[in-house]
Design a protein around this ligand. Structure first.
Ligand code: AKG
Length: 386
């Protein structure tokens, strides 16, 4: 497989030592790709190895869009947290959150109160982590999806038929950041401190935004104590993504179309565009707003809101000139908790609506990830009631 992939893409364009390894030893060629895209990019490849080449129908330019494929840009609804805190303006901001979650599944958050130095520092330390020599990064590779730190490449490396042009560092934040930070990378020397401060800041923003989104649904704290749990004992995972400049970006993706599993994801991106959101059957590129967070509804919130809020497909395009860094912070309830539609919305005795989703738990999600490619919205589809 690997030798076919490398040769397909034109092995004449790989560095000589890679080419000879590919020809002499297929396993070594496969290994080379699994060391990640930063490794390939540092090797100075000028054409994409075949392992990264998507079938024509899945390529970014030939998407499902009926018109203007992959080229349109969207200004997502903007949620101003400073206004949310003003009692006379709160209702208007709640209404923006409600319609954004219903119509886009995405919005941008500004005036969130997170220090600009904390944001710049996180992006900077992330970039420096991916500049470390490969053996230093590789110390954190782990097949265990529950490991508190995990370095890897592609989307779901174990199952991806075609690899994605992304390397990542996953940092678990449970049970608390304080508990796990000693197991995070100790190089660059300031990574633990900067990433821990960023994780706490991101959690504070999440709590404020999810509280508002629940209020906008008319649920408030939730009879089931969901808000209390999200605020004090929820789960949080951070993924630091690195998308190096790619020699043939039109043939591949940084991340394939997928939805996220939790309540909300907060994405911090540098000034290089790449994130695309599916809206009305078309891919739209999100305009990076410096210092803002992009927030998106995850599968759990779609289920909990009984489908009023939408967990929307998104993907990442790469480009040939500028490397991109993003930090995604995934927030949800604790991993032991079963998630189903909120009783307030579906209780028939109180005139509630029909239940649209079955209950789900984290173990079911992990089993799904292990058994499937984890792309598109298959997990959410599998929880849908007819
Ligand atoms: O890089 C991005 O902008 C988005 C990342 C993302 O979708 C993810 O980590 O799930």
């Amino acid at each position: 497989m690997a030798i076919v992939g490398l040769t397909d893409a034109g092995d004449n364009h790989l560095p000589h030592h890679v080419k000879s390894r590919a020809i002499d030893d297929e396993a070594a060629a496969a290994d080379y790709c699994l060391k990640g895209v930063r490794h390939l990019s540092d090797a100075g490849i000028t054409r994409l190895p075949g392992r990264y080449v998507l079938p024509a129908s899945d390529r970014p330019g030939a998407s499902v869009c009926i018109s203007s494929p992959g080229s349109a840009r969207v200004k997502l609804p903007v949620v101003d947290l400073a206004r949310l805190r003003v009692p006379t303006e709160r209702a208007a901001v709640l209404s923006t959150i409600y319609t954004a979650c219903r119509d886009y599944g995405f919005f941008q958050v500004v005036n969130h109160g997170v220090d600009s130095e904390a944001i710049a520092g996180m992006l900077d330390v992330a970039a420096r982590f991916f500049e470390l020599p490969f053996p230093e990064r590789a110390r954190h590779m782990s097949p265990d999806v529950r490991a508190p730190v995990r370095y890897g490449t592609s989307f779901n490396q174990a199952n991806d038929a075609v690899l994605c042009w992304r390397d990542f560092l996953k940092l678990s934040c449970v049970p608390t950041v304080e508990d796990v930070v000693p197991s995070w990378p100790d190089s660059p020397a300031d990574l633990r401190e900067v990433a821990a401060a960023y994780a706490e800041a991101s959690r504070r923003v999440f709590v404020e935004v999810v509280e508002a989104a629940l209020e906008a649904l008319g649920i408030g704290d939730g009879e089931d104590g969901v808000m209390e749990e999200l605020a004090t004992a929820g789960s949080q995972m951070m993924t630091v993504n690195c998308y190096p400049a790619c020699p043939q970006p039109e043939l591949t993706l940084g991340m394939p179309p997928h939805s996220d599993y939790g309540f909300f994801t907060l994405v911090l991106q540098d000034d290089v565009e790449g994130l695309q959101v599916m809206h009305d059957g078309e891919w739209f590129t999100v305009d990076p707003v410096p210092g803002s967070f992009v927030v998106n509804v995850g599968d759990h919130f779609e289920i909990y809101s009984n489908g009023r809020y939408k967990s929307v497909l998104h993907r990442v395009r790469v480009n040939s000139t500028r490397p991109r860094i993003s930090v995604a912070s995934f927030h949800s309830v604790g991993t032991e908790r079963v998630v189903g539609p909120a009783a307030e919305l579906v209780d028939e005795e109180r005139g509630g609506e029909a239940r649209r989703y079955m209950d789900t738990d984290f173990a079911t999600f992990l089993a799904y990830l292990a058994s499937a490619e984890g792309k598109h919205k298959n997990f959410l589809q599998s929880r849908r009631l007819a």
